[in-house]
Design a protein around this ligand. Structure first.
Ligand code: ADP
Ligand code: MG
Length: 724
């Protein structure tokens, strides 16, 4: 047996199983071995149905049959009834006064039941047990691994990510078969001993045995920690390599004259916050340093990132290019590229920059796929003017336009700068060294990079996703800003909310309504949770609470052009209410929209709710956020309450990390981390360790020449990130 053998060579697989494995992306033996369990079940406290005795609190696993409802003969109490059967015996199950339980399940499903054994000696039944639906029955307790296991050992069986057609039980036995055939001899640990030793992490063979067939929960935990570390470590190595590459490149030195910058910021209609001043200083230090800057500016919506971008862009756009070899001063100034994720945002940045630069003889260009503009216009020095793309590109290429703002279109081949010294990126999580080089084209100098984000993520995740960047936090809001008044609206409390929002609409404000779903779910699908959806809710609001107001809808299934149109109409107040899914998150600024109702708030992370709330933070009017939930759970209410007490998005993202399953954490998508890797994110020490080890490795072996296994792993990582 070899690692690269296909599974079909060694396992007899039915067509359902083959399809299932394909869906999970499992082709080779190696794939199988690294399809790691997601959790474990401890079945030492499970009884077999045949061994139950009266009066006992029992947990059994089995198959449900004979589901029906009836009324008790005398008392007429409604009863739900079934049988549960586990191979050892069959026993009756009764749910008194809860007949609906019998209607919730279908004959033949696998369940875990926990309840009291009642009845008489030879007519035992399980009384009102709690039901947990299972995908399959747990591995038989008498299976090889558990046979003869010591009494004090945990009886654990692994649960894998499953799909229809394949079970955890299959995975478990398949892996054991591979172990028995000596597959572990084929495996070489990609992590050098000196990397894992100091942290007491098991080497890979031990880790594989422990993670798939643990005899103790501590073994399983230790193995999981190793694989989690490994995942973060790979990412960190990749980031360390990118950073080393950036540091090796030449860059532009930018002249920083403090007085000169102050003249620029003194014109702002506000005083900079301390955090903004510090950010500008950090960037200025990089500008005069040896290496190209690689920096992330992280700050809540409204914390004033654009002002930082504009001030530092000003420093660049007023700097002269270096002297050529022939000492001839080159024509033009150093250039800035500012890239935004959407066309609307690019236009907004363009307009903000015009405000910041309108007193200066500095030209600003706007490049998007639907058109180009330049500021100032020849005929009116206070206004921008549309120009042809060809003309704009010509002026960018010859250096006449020092600041170019745009969408992804900036990366196109046709866009060439004369001296691109500074790249500013707004909300582009994956923008790395490669794209920076692409923008710079043939220029021998690598531009300075400032990446900006309002996505609140915990520190450990930031260290991982942005491992190649220095991080600056804008953790302070401009003074005098009214915080959004936030209210958690429980079941039956929405009347007051609608009354309030209606009054706001009446006085000329606008509102967002966020729903978790786009459309009505398929009614045939069992167990679908009732969730508000955009289509139905928009219709309902138009007939009921918000009758007479103009309502539009926005969601991710729309084309970019449709979305732009809807947003434009909303920002021009052609519509009053925008009912949307969470796509509205990305920094669109409609100052007149001062109310946001978030339906099904319990389904969102706190960071995401905070991000959504950020949509109404901009205006001069007091803003309101209503987090609506149908949940009666105190835990949910308590979690949502944090929205009203936390100081900023970072604090909320740390709450998310602690309170929610790590799998749902905001920012995971951008990180490329698996659920297991996300477990590591809960552990600052582990992340820092992985980061330090990665940096050490790269500083000794920048090209990974002596670590080919790691190099190969990074190639895979890169590929999987680009596949999305
Ligand atoms: P974001 O960080 O979300 O990109 P912006 O840069 O768009 O924030 O700033 C939001 C608003 O706050 C803008 O209208 C801007 O003019 C204003 N602003 C920025 N800095 C300050 C400050 N220090 N004091 C008061 N208002 C500020
Ligand atoms: Mg912004």
């Amino acid at each position: 047996m070899n690692l690269q053998d296909t599974l079909t060579t060694h396992f007899r697989l039915g067509s359902e199983q083959q399809k299932a494995l394909k869906r999970l992306g499992l082709v080779t033996i190696e794939n199988l071995l690294f399809h790691l369990p997601v959790r474990y079940e401890n079945i030492s406290d499970v009884q077999s149905v045949g061994s139950l005795v009266k009066g006992q609190e029992a947990v059994v696993y089995g198959q449900l049959t004979g589901l029906k409802t009836r009324k008790a003969w005398k008392s007429k109490v409604p009863i739900g009834e079934a049988y549960v059967e586990d191979g050892s015996a069959k026993i009756k199950v009764m749910w008194f006064n809860q007949p609906y339980i019998a209607k919730m399940y279908q004959n033949g499903v696998y369940v875990k039941l926990a309840g009291k054994v009642a009845g008489s000696e030879n007519k035992l039944y399980l009384s009102n047990p709690e039901v947990e639906l299972l995908n399959n029955l747990p591995i038989d307790r008498h299976d090889s691994i558990f046979k003869g296991s010591e009494a004090e050992e945990d009886t654990l069986y692994p649960i894998y990510r499953e799909t229809k057609g394949i079970t955890s039980k299959w995975f478990y036995h398949a892996v054991i078969k591979c172990f028995e055939k000596g597959i572990l001899d084929e495996i070489v640990d990609p992590l050098p001993t000196e990397v894992i030793k100091p942290y007491n992490l098991p080497e890979i063979k031990t880790a594989l045995v422990w993670i798939h067939t643990p005899k103790k929960i501590t073994h399983a935990e230790s193995a999981r920690k190793r694989f989690a570390f490994q995942e973060v470590f790979y990412i960190q190595v990749q980031k360390a390599r990118e950073r080393a590459e950036a540091n090796a490149a030449n860059t532009y030195k930018i002249k920083i004259d403090k007085k000169h910058l102050e003249e620029f910021t003194n014109r702002f209609p506000f005083a900079l916050t301390e955090a903004q001043t510090k950010a500008i200083e950090a960037i200025s230090d990089n500008f005069v340093g040896k290496h190209a800057m690689s920096r992330l500016l992280e700050g809540d919506v409204g914390s004033g990132k654009t002002a930082v971008a504009a001030t530092t862009a000003y420093a660049v756009a007023t700097s002269r290019p270096p002297e050529g070899l022939d000492k001839k001063i080159e024509y033009g100034n150093l250039q800035v590229a500012y890239m935004a994720p959407t066309e609307i945002l690019a236009k907004q940045h363009f307009l903000s920059f015009i405000e910041y630069f309108k007193h200066l003889p500095i030209q600003i260009g706007l490049l998007t796929s639907s058109g180009c503009q330049k500021f100032p216009s020849k005929s009116d020095p206070n206004k921008p003017t549309p120009i042809s793309k060809t003309q704009l590109l010509k002026w960018v290429k010859n250096g006449e336009i020092p600041i170019l703002i745009g969408t992804h279109a900036l990366i196109y081949k046709s866009v060439e700068f004369k001296h691109l010294a500074y790249v500013i990126i707004d909300e582009q999580h994956r923008f790395g060294t490669n794209q920076r080089k692409l923008l710079a084209k043939k220029d021998n100098n690598l531009p300075h990079l400032l990446s900006m984000t309002a996505t609140p993520i915990p520190r450990t995740l930031a260290l991982t996703i942005y491992g190649d960047l220095d991080i600056t936090l804008l953790d302070q809001m401009p003074s005098g800003r009214k915080p959004v008044i936030t209210e958690v609206v429980g079941p039956g409390q929405s009347a007051k909310m609608y009354e309030h929002v209606k009054a706001e609409l009446k006085s000329g404000r606008q509102a967002y309504v966020i729903c978790p779903r786009i459309e009505e779910p398929d009614p045939d699908k069992a167990n679908t949770i009732a969730m508000k959806n955009v289509a139905t809710e928009a219709e309902r609001l138009g007939k009921e609470e918000f009758a007479g107001y103009k309502i539009s809808t926005l969601h991710s299934k729309m084309s970019p052009a449709e979305k732009d149109k809807i947003m434009k109409d909303f920002s021009e107040h052609k519509t009053d209410i925008l009912v949307a899914t969470s796509v509205v998150e990305v920094g669109v600024n409609v100052p007149n929209a001062t109310n946001i109702i978030i339906e099904g708030a319990e389904r969102f992370g706190l960071s995401q709710l905070h991000q959504l709330r950020g949509r109404v933070i901009r205006g001069t009017h007091q803003a309101y956020c209503f987090a609506v939930t149908d949940s009666k759970s105190d835990k949910t209410k308590q979690r949502l309450k944090a929205l009203t007490t936390a100081k900023n998005g970072f604090e909320l993202s740390e709450y998310d990390l602690q309170f929610r399953g790590s799998g749902e954490l905001y920012g995971q998508k951008q990180s490329g981390l698996s659920d297991l890797g996300m477990e590591a994110i809960k552990n600052l020490k582990l992340v820092e360790a992985a980061r330090n080890e990665a940096q050490r490795l790269i500083s000794n072996d920048a090209t990974l020449e002596s670590h080919p296994l790691i190099a190969r792993q990074l190639e895979r990582l890169e590929k999987s990130l680009h596949m999305e």
